[in-house]
Design a protein around this ligand. Structure first.
Ligand SMILES: [Zn+2]
Length: 280
């Protein structure tokens, strides 16, 4: 078979824009990235979006007892992380019960305890990758089932192509409950340059260098991709895959942190209309 020289696809990102989805016309309603006058205002925003991510996870059915944790790095002190409280259902997370913890898992603000085992995993990723600002993890039905196969997702669709060569499968210490304490550093190293991980016999993880909005949306998307691939594998049919060059092209343009953020604004606006106690 002849060598194929990979050609870099022409960029469809227009000058001054971060996405082809940004409208050409001025004055139309379109989600805007917020700017903040102070660290306090930025922190309040991050806390509200962290609550929104938890509520979105509840609506998706991602809860499993006290398992599952979402973190966002503090805008002023990068060694501190905001996270959901231990043993509070995702649907009951609100601004007032969030907790802030240091790298060792000591709660420095908030009344609730922390899921220490889970937090160690997040802290290890945040510590090793200073650019990662947010992370999500939960024990979901389809993600955990797919994780037992110990293999990556295939580019079965444009949506799945968003994860093409942008996720890893972690087999180290798979299925050991204590993995989140002992294996934190292994998971952290696996997150180099990717936005998602499938931890064998455990579940899914996503990380964002942009926002909790993006980490949350890509988690929802990853769970959905796992569900779709499982549905296909339950049949005798062989899927036609997106060719590698097209999968890379799609990932470049619909798989970015910004696109994840943009997708989440749809969810956020629905939450604002339906969840009236998020800011309590
Ligand atoms: Zn876990």
């Amino acid at each position: 078979m002849a060598d194929v020289i990979e050609q870099k696809p022409p960029s469809i990102v227009k000058e001054g824009k971060v996405s082809i989805y940004q409208p050409e016309q001025e004055g139309l309603i379109f989600p805007e990235m917020p700017e903040f006058a102070s660290a306090a205002a930025h922190r309040q925003h991050l806390k509200e979006r962290l609550v929104g991510a938890c509520r979105a996870f509840a609506l998706q059915g991602f809860d499993y007892g006290f398992a599952g944790h979402l973190t966002v790095r503090d805008p002023e002190d990068p060694g501190l992380y905001w996270t959901n409280p231990m043993a509070i259902h995702f649907a009951q997370v609100k601004v007032s019960n969030l907790i802030c913890a240091d790298h060792k898992g000591n709660v420095v603000e908030g009344k609730h305890a922390i899921n220490r085992a889970g937090f160690v995993l997040h802290a290890a990723v945040h510590e090793l990758h200073q650019d990662i600002v947010a992370m999500c993890h939960a024990h979901t039905v389809h993600g955990t089932a797919f994780a037992s196969l110990g293999k990556p997702l295939q580019p079965i669709s444009q949506d799945a192509a968003a994860f093409f060569e942008d996720h890893v499968v972690i087999g180290d210490e798979a299925g050991k409950v204590a993995v989140e304490v002992k294996g934190g550093n292994k998971v952290a190293h696996a997150f180099k340059g990717v936005k998602a991980a499938i931890h064998q016999n455990h579940g899914l993880l996503t990380a964002s260098r942009h926002s909790i909005d993006s980490a949350a949306f890509w988690f929802i998307a990853l769970e959905r991709c796992c569900q779709q691939q499982l549905m296909i594998e339950a049949t005798d049919a062989t899927p036609r895959l997106v060719p590698e060059d097209r999968a890379r092209y799609s990932r470049e343009h619909v798989g970015s942190d910004y696109i994840g953020w943009l997708h989440f604004q749809t969810i956020w606006n629905d939450l604002l209309a339906t969840q009236h106690d998020m800011f309590d």
